[in-house]
Design a protein around this ligand. Structure first.
Ligand code: S3P
Length: 184
């Protein structure tokens, strides 16, 4: 009798999208993984800032969040609408627009860097990066905002092809991750 065959793709997609909450380590991992695989690296926030010659903070403040979200979608298509091999670090809200997420799911491999709420909060508090969604909030507002965002966003992030524990990103084995990316 023939054994049932499992379809295992042994090659890695040309596009790898890292998604997850603010401060989950997407950029750190994207840089490391891109180097390991010999792919290029794109950070959508940095690309927006350099294209607009403006900071994310100022875009939010002066042009509004919706303007930023439109730029995010535009950049997502621009940087990956080609055959280049690239690891993309996305802003925390990128995947929380279902059409952005569907585009990434159809166009490459989507990896969710999962981090518990407590670690997210403490990393955000310690971070020097300006994040308009959480800066300038009282402790109470901060907690409420993060709790709500987390609950709203998890259902999007969980649609990823692969979920990895983001707690110890720096010690994550790139060889192991490469193997996981091969069997998706
Ligand atoms: C955002 C996350 C930020 C940046 C912007 C909005 C979000 O990126 O895109 O401040 O909506 O979660 P990081 O996830 O890199 O912090």
């Amino acid at each position: 009798m023939l054994k049932p065959t499992t379809s295992i793709a042994m090659s890695i997609s040309n596009k790898i999208y890292l998604i997850g909450f603010m401060a989950s380590g997407k950029t750190t991992l994207a840089k490391k993984l891109s180097k390991h695989l010999g792919y290029s690296f794109v950070d959508t926030d940095k690309t927006i800032e350099s294209n607009e010659e403006n900071t994310i903070e100022s875009i939010f403040k002066n042009l509004g969040e919706q303007y930023f979200r439109n730029l995010e979608t535009e950049i997502l298509h621009k940087v990956t609408n080609n055959s280049n091999k690239v690891v993309v670090s996305t802003g925390g809200g990128m995947a929380c627009n279902q059409s952005n997420l569907d585009y990434m799911l159809a166009n490459g491999t989507v990896v969710f860097l999962k981090l518990d709420l407590k670690s997210i909060k403490s990393r955000l508090k310690a971070s020097k990066t300006k994040r308009p969604l959480v800066d300038k909030l009282t402790d109470e507002e901060f907690n409420e905002t993060i709790d709500n965002l987390y609950n709203d966003r998890i259902p999007f992030y969980e649609q990823a092809h692969l979920t990895i524990n983001a707690l110890n990103i720096r010690s994550l084995s790139m060889n192991k991750l490469e193997q996981q990316l091969k069997i998706i």
